[in-house]
Ligand binder design. Structure first.
Ligand SMILES: NC(=O)C1=CN([C@@H]2O[C@H](COP(=O)(O)OP(=O)(O)OC[C@H]3O[C@@H](n4cnc5c(N)ncnc54)[C@H](OP(=O)(O)O)[C@@H]3O)[C@@H](O)[C@H]2O)C=CC1
Ligand SMILES: CC(=O)[C@@H](O)[C@H](O)COP(=O)(O)O
Ligand SMILES: [Mn+2]
Length: 385
């Protein structure tokens, strides 16, 4: 029986992961389930999967979680330290799906066990690429990409011809504002921006899809995972979200992975890897689509792609600065403190303010993450004033 831990268990990816574990209860023992604030969801999952440990980042939720799990035999802990300790408990497979840079240290703690890490949390790899990859190598861990595009590329490289890869292509849905005018985007509300055309996801990544910062972060994530330079990672807008990623080989072959827009498919791929497991996810009915479109992205209406490529080329702390500033700007947009187009503006101004300082260590990454949050918050105050 394999032991598993789910970080970010109460979120969108976490719930899809729990759903798969519930369908194969006899094959997995759940070491730890880790959430942020949602005690009710965590308790329900922990009881269902008979988890050994249930942890919330929110310390004030301890009494509630303890009461919800009374008599269940599930151990309970709360607080940031407890999250990192739980992530570091030995498990054969860990889902890393805490959203944002908050997932960095727990993911690193899990990596140190040297087992399989199913990586959904792209921000960790974006802001601390070198630190994470060094930790993976030192521990002999296996990084299995969950993000649909990266999982697609990983699957399309299954024959391990990495040295014969010319380039990879990540697809993008284009988000809810794919065809919107700049005026419509300027006036966009959080409710409109959260309405993703093809995927059901958490709030932060949904806004990132709308600005296309999600695709920008994914270009950086792909560079880290597949060891490719920025010029070998293309993005194509593909509104149907049927093809998730492609690999172009030196002989001109283009290998793609397709599937329904259901994250249980890539999650199952990492859970069963190197084998496959059955899922109940809907099968693609290609004839129902009829036409699949592929369109070059518009970097004028969506400056996020240009900024992310700039950050990737600059390296050092720049990707961490971009990602942290974006987190702050997304939060401010969701609170209706700034407009939709201000998100990219805040990120660009923060990048311009902080330049390209070195960030070789975890401490340096955390320092520049904090600095970017401080500068972005100042920029937002200026917009609000
Ligand atoms: N959703 C998707 O389809 C995809 C997501 N991803 C990536 O996966 C990650 C998760 O996304 P998604 O599931 O959509 O996000 P959600 O917002 O739905 O879930 C986030 C999870 O992280 C938890 N969390 C938040 N802050 C903390 C913290 N400080 N400490 C511990 N746990 C915390 C939340 O807990 P709680 O809710 O209890 O507060 C929740 O369990 C992101 O990095 C995203 O980019 C990648 C590809 C696809
Ligand atoms: C499901 C997944 O992997 C998301 O990252 C998705 O790709 C978001 O959609 P966009 O392509 O609109 O960013
Ligand atoms: Mn993705």
């Amino acid at each position: 029986m394999r032991t598993v831990t789910v970080l970010g268990t109460t979120g969108s990816i976490g719930c899809s992961t729990v759903d798969l574990l519930e369908q194969a209860r006899d094959q997995y023992r759940v070491r730890a389930l880790v959430g942020g604030k949602n005690a009710a969801k965590l308790a329900e999952q922990a009881r269902s999967l008979k988890a050994e440990l249930a942890v919330l980042a929110d310390e004030s939720a301890y009494a509630e979680l303890k009461a919800l799990l009374a008599g269940s035999g599930v151990e309970v802990a709360c607080g940031r330290k407890a999250v990192i300790e739980a992530a570091g408990l030995p498990a054969d497979w860990t889902m890393a799906a805490i959203t944002g840079a908050a997932g960095l240290e727990p993911t690193l703690a899990a990596v140190k066990n040297g087992n399989s890490i199913a990586l959904a949390n792209k921000e960790a790899l974006v802001c601390a690429g070198d630190v994470m990859l060094r930790a993976v190598q030192d521990a002999g861990a296996t990084l299995l990409p969950v993000d649909s595009e990266h999982n697609a590329v990983f699957q399309s490289m299954a024959d391990r011809q990495a040295d014969q890869v010319e380039k990879i292509i990540l697809t993008a849905s284009g988000g809810p504002f794919r065809n919107a005018s700049v005026d419509v985007m300027r006036a966009a509300t959080p409710a409109q921006a959260l309405k993703h055309p093809t995927w059901s996801m958490g709030a932060k990544i949904s806004i990132d899809s709308a600005t296309m910062f999600n695709k920008g972060l994914e270009v950086i994530e792909a560079a880290r995972i597949f060891g490719l330079t920025e010029d070998r990672i293309d993005v194509l807008v593909h509104p149907q979200s049927v093809v998730h990623g492609m690999v172009q080989y030196t002989d001109g072959s283009l290998i793609a992975q397709m599937g329904s827009a259901d994250m249980r498919i890539p999650i199952a791929h990492t859970l069963a890897w190197p084998r496959r497991m059955a899922t109940t996810s809907s099968r693609l009915a290609l004839a129902a689509f009829g036409t699949l479109e592929f369109i070059a992205p518009d970097e004028v209406r969506f400056p996020a792609l240009r900024l992310a490529r700039q950050a990737l080329r600059a390296g050092k702390a720049v990707p961490a600065i971009l990602s942290a500033a974006n987190e702050i700007a997304v939060e401010a947009f969701l609170k209706e403190q700034i407009g939709f187009l201000d998100i990219a503006r805040v990120v660009e101004d923060t990048m311009n303010t902080l330049g390209a300082p070195p960030a070789d260590t975890l401490d340096a990454v955390l320092h520049w993450d904090a600095e970017a949050r401080r500068v972005a918050t100042q920029q937002i105050s200026a917009v609000v004033a």
